[in-house]
Ligand binder design. Sequence first.
Ligand code: PRX
Length: 672
Amino acid sequence: MVLQDHRDVKDQRVYAPIESNSKLSKVGPTLEDRMKQYRESVEQPSQYWARVAKQNFFWKTLWESDDSVFSFNFDKSKGPIDIKWFDGATTNICYNAVDRHIEEGKKDKVAFYWEGNDVGETSAVTYGQLHDEVSKLAYLLKTKYGVVKGTRVSIYLPMITLGPIAMLAVARLGAVASVVFGGFSAHSLSARIIDSESTVLITAEGTMRGDKPIQLKKIVDEALTDAEAQGVACKAIVFERHGRDGVPMKEGRDVWYQDEIAALPAEAASTPVEWVEAEHPLFLLYTSGSTGKPKGLEHTTGGYMVYAHTTFTTTFDYHDDDVYFCTGDIGWITGHTYATWGPLLAGSTSVLFEGVPTHPTPSRWWDIVDKFKVTQFYTAPTAIRALMKGGEAPVKKTSRASLRVLGSVGEPINVEAWNWYYNVVGEGHCDIVDTWWQTETGGHMITPLPGNTPLKPGSASLPFFGVQPALLDPTTLKEVEGAGEGLLVIKHSWPGQSRTIFKDAERFAQTYFPVDGYYMTGDGARRDADGYYWLTGRVDDVLNVSGHRLGTSEVECAVNTHPDVVESAVVGIPHDVKGEGIYVYVCFKEGVEITQKLLDSVKAIVRNEIGAIATPDAVHPANGLPKTRSGKIMRRILRKIAAGQLDELGDISTLADPSVVEELIALKAVWV
Ligand code: PRX
């Protein structure tokens, strides 16, 4: 494994927590307050988490003893990888996220302010309304589609309130949701429907992204036909977002959501919850690894619920009257934990936005912040960098006085973007929480806490309660003590940890527990003398493009479906907005004439196979790839050529054919 470094450490300043936030902070104003709680959480994890879990949730039945709320084995040599939290207890997360708040008098509190793509399209859903809508959809799923505890239901939607409603309805029945990002292609969607063996898909006929209409139903039709051909018959419930004209519906397979809901009997509004075991699966979320096809990471009910709520309320220092806005799509883990479950479990009011930050103007996000008096705002560095390019004026036009906390997620935040976020967006009155975590971790793992933790731009700072990170030397695989750099691993389980890969426990064990006793994150990090962590990027072949995770092998598989391609190799290149761009080397079949059209067709095939987020930034024709004598592609060299760092190619004498390198450089000069 190679440690890369995407950091920009020009700014060594430390920012004291914002004073007004310190006065509010539930953890306390000093780092010692945080450390005291942290020590308790790692010295007595059972008691700590038992206390948290009893305080904030309803359990139908409790776990056996507070002395053992968890058990885990991270060591393959001692038996199968096994992770359990609150085992023996029963609960229902939908009950905790909706019904409980109504019983506590929050029926009329707004759960979601929804803001559509176009200005003027807006609505609000209270907890009472949410309960009715969730109940009705659960009733429909149960009575018409036979959805029961454990059934997988796929969800492929734009950012409309039906997204969280569908996730809640599925969980109400103890069924298992598999949300697929609405920007994924038909191929990606069908692969996820097939792997999860979903029997129902909840979707919409279309959406708008800025000026661009997206016809989701067309993609759905292709995906469902493909799934059926491969033995998975999946029905579709289609939400009418813009209109029915010209939308083909397949008899016996597709129905309109609105028609079905309108036809339900009155009792549908009070569908009871299904109590499930704490370790019962809650959702699958497919994510990319360094090899093979995307894996369906499985999260379970009790631990995820406790962790989503605790991290949400703590990292954003959520208070009852706050209005929170997360820009993450529900198709990613950020949208699961911090646009849906965390905010709803906390009984919060949050904003759900369908559109893009630049439509109709680059002030849109800040207009929304002012409109709803948003207190906490959570987004990705790539978006901040894109908005930075538009200058300060669109931001300065708005007030943003309500903001208190600004969150960052998905990739390392470079110092320029951090400073812009802090000074221009936050005008120096907001703490920035740079949250490091992953689909696999379920929730925040390393993060500052508002009003409490001194901020160092570019550092995610300190571990969250209960989280025990360590750094392993990449050569010896021994723990690095004190300040130093290495592979970031976690030594102890935490409640939000993913339990397995759906239908592939072996791959889960091999991927995440290659070193006995540690959960391997796949990221590199540096720890400074204050114990602050500085994430340095992936150490494997996973790309992070605009905060979206893509496997190099996944992109290569897509390129290789091109009829003129013999083989390909994909590497990441630094990109000033996306963080990382996709650079593809392609060997075409003999006799194929290289033209711009041909190179564009390679881009198009990747877009069609995976989705627009995977569109390559550059296609580099190659006569051959630099390989070792044993046939291994030397990506290190490909990365350097792509980035134009030709004086840093290093030793190329071990290549089977070193002349390949010169050829690649020459072809780059002509084509890229
Ligand atoms: O490399 C890390 C990066 O995103 C990866 C996880 O991607 P995903 O599972 O899609 O989840 C993204 C949203 C949590 C990590 O392995 N990453 C995420 N947050 C940060 C980060 N890198 C640096 N700093 C962060 N704050």
